[in-house]
Design a protein around this ligand. Structure first.
Ligand SMILES: *Cc1c(COP(=O)(O)O)cnc(C)c1O
Length: 434
C-alpha cells in the first residue's frame, strides 16, 4: 500500500487516471520516479499553457526569490504587482481597447467566479444568475450553483439556488439558436424566470466536453444582455490565456464582456493566481467588502508578467497556435472519419480540441491505453466521453505529432480489442504502422 492510499483522501481523481509518482517536468513532458517520460496532453487542465518549468519564467522567479522579493503581502502594493499590472495593461488590455479594472481574488478559479457573481448581485440588486447546460465554474457553493455537472452538484449537501439553467449553443441540435429561448423567457412575465443579475458563460466549455459556442451565438448573447440590462460574465479560466488562439477566447466574436474571470494559465508557471476583470463603473466594492488572505500571489505576479512579456507582445505565439490548431483539427477529423463511422466526433476551437467517443467507457479505455504508451490525455463531458487534447501551446510540432500518433495507436488497439474494427484495419497515419 502506498502512502497515497494510506493517507490521502479518496477525493483524488487525476491520480486515479494516471497511477504513477511524477517527479520532474519540462516543457511538454512529465517524468515519473523511474525517469519514464510522458507527453502531457493534460497540462494541468489548461494551467500549463506555456509548458512545465518554462525557462524564461523560471529565471525570473529564481532571481526574484534570490533577491528576497515579497512572497506574501496580503493585498498591499508591491513592486511585483505593479510590474504585472503595467504589463497586463500595456500588452493585453490596451492593444485590445479593453477597459477593465483588476480585482485579485483568492488564488483559485472558483474564487474569482464567486467574486463575479457576488458583485453582479450587489451592483444590480438582483438575485438570479443565468448559466448554461454543461457549464463548469468551480465547486464552491456560488460557483457550484452555476455548474451543471450532477456529480459535483450533489456533493454540496445544500440546495443550490439563485440560478437558472439555459441551453448552451448546440444543446438542442444544429440550427437551433438557443438564445432565442432565453430571449423569449426574459420577455415573458409569466415564464417563471426572474430577471437575472448576470449571465455567466464559457465560450468553449472545457469540463463540459469541449463544446465551442459559435461567434454568432456569443454575439446574440451579448446583444440580448445589453437589451435586458444584464451583465455578461465570460468565464475564461480555461479557455483564456491563448488556449483558443487569442489571449481572450471572446476576441474572435468581437464582444466585450462586463466581467471576465481568469485563472489557470494566467501565472504561466502553474502558480496559483486568479483575477477578475471588471468594467470600471461596476467596481462598487467598499474596502475589504470581499477579501481573502491570498489575494494576488506575488511570486505568481512575477511569472505572469514574464508570460505576458515573452508571449503576448507580438503575434508570434498566436500565429503558432493557429498553425498547430489546424494540424490538430485535421488529424482529429480524419481519425473520427477513419475509425468512427459516426461514433467519433472532433470538437473544439484553437488548441482547445478533443474527440468525442460517445461513451465514457470507450474514452476511458483509450485514455488508459494511451497512458501505458506514454501519453497523458484526460476525458471530460457529461459522461466523460470526450478525450481532451490540451497540450501546452508551446509544444513542438514534433511532440504534437508524436502525441497524436500515440492517441491513434491507443484508439486503434482498443477498437480492435472490442471487435469494433478488424485487426487488419490500416492506420490512418502510415508512418506509425510499424
Ligand atoms: C477550472 C475552472 C474553474 C475552477 O477553477 P479552480 O481553480 O478549480 O477553482 C472555473 N471555471 C472554469 C471554466 C474552469 O475551467
Amino acid at each position: 500500500m502506498t502512502i497515497f492510499d494510506e493517507l490521502e483522501s479518496s477525493v483524488q481523481s487525476y491520480a486515479r487516471s494516471f497511477p504513477c509518482v511524477f517527479h520532474r517536468a519540462k516543457d511538454e513532458y512529465l517524468f515519473d520516479e523511474q525517469g519514464r517520460a510522458y507527453l502531457d496532453f493534460l497540462s494541468g487542465a489548461g494551467t500549463l499553457n506555456y509548458g512545465h518549468n518554462n525557462d524564461i519564467f523560471k529565471k525570473a522567479l529564481l532571481e526574484y526569490i534570490q533577491e528576497d522579493g515579497i512572497t506574501h503581502g496580503l493585498d498591499m502594493h508591491t513592486h511585483a504587482k505593479e510590474a504585472f499590472l503595467e504589463s497586463f495593461n500595456q500588452h493585453i488590455l490596451q492593444p485590445r481597447a479593453l477597459e477593465y479594472r483588476l480585482q485579485f481574488t483568492g488564488p483559485t478559479g472558483t474564487n474569482t467566479v464567486e467574486a463575479a457573481i457576488k458583485l453582479a448581485r450587489k451592483v444590480t440588486g438582483r438575485n438570479n444568475i443565468i448559466s448554461f447546460t454543461n457549464g463548469f465554474h468551480g465547486v464552491t457553493l456560488g460557483a457550484l450553483s452555476a455548474t451543471g455537472n450532477s456529480h459535483h452538484r450533489q456533493a454540496s449537501g445544500v440546495s443550490l439556488s439563485g440560478n437558472t439553467r439555459m441551453p448552451f449553443d448546440g444543446y438542442m441540435g444544429d440550427g437551433i439558436d438557443t438564445t432565442q429561448y432565453l430571449e423569449k423567457v426574459l420577455n415573458d412575465a409569466s415564464s417563471g424566470v426572474d430577471l437575472p443579475a448576470a449571465v455567466i458563460v464559457e465560450t468553449v466549455q472545457g469540463e463540459g466536453g469541449i463544446n465551442a459556442a459559435s461567434f454568432d451565438w456569443l454575439r446574440s448573447l451579448e446583444t440580448l444582455c445589453h437589451r435586458h440590462d444584464i451583465l455578461l460574465i465570460v468565464d475564461d479560466i480555461q479557455a483564456g490565456c491563448g488556449r483558443t488562439g487569442t489571449f481572450f477566447s471572446f476576441e474572435g466574436a468581437g464582444i466585450k464582456p462586463d466581467m471576465v474571470t481568469l485563472s489557470k494559465s494566467i501565472s504561466g508557471y502553474g502558480l496559483p493566481l486568479a483575477l477578475l476583470l471588471l468594467r470600471p463603473d461596476l467596481d462598487q466594492w467598499s474596502p475589504a467588502e470581499h477579501n481573502g488572505t491570498f489575494r494576488g500571489n506575488n511570486i505568481a505576479f512575477v511569472t505572469a508578467k514574464a508570460a505576458i512579456d515573452s508571449y503576448w507582445q507580438d503575434d508570434r505565439l498566436a500565429q503558432n497556435i493557429q498553425y498547430k490548431s489546424h494540424l490538430i483539427k485535421n488529424r482529429l477529423e480524419k481519425l473520427a472519419e477513419h475509425y468512427g463511422e459516426g461514433q467519433f466526433k472532433a470538437k473544439g476551437r484553437g488548441m482547445f480540441q478533443g474527440i468525442s467517443c460517445v461513451t465514457g467507457e470507450l474514452a476511458s479505455k483509450i485514455s488508459q491505453n494511451a497512458f501505458t504508451k506514454g501519453l497523458i490525455i484526460e476525458t471530460s463531458g457529461a459522461d466523460s466521453e470526450v478525450l481532451k487534447c490540451l497540450c501546452p501551446l508551446t509544444i513542438s510540432t514534433e511532440s504534437l505529432n508524436k502525441g497524436l500518433d500515440i492517441l491513434e495507436q491507443a484508439m486503434r488497439e482498443v477498437l480492435v480489442k472490442i471487435d469494433q474494427i478488424p485487426e487488419q484495419k490500416q492506420y490512418l497515419d502510415y508512418d506509425i504502422a510499424s
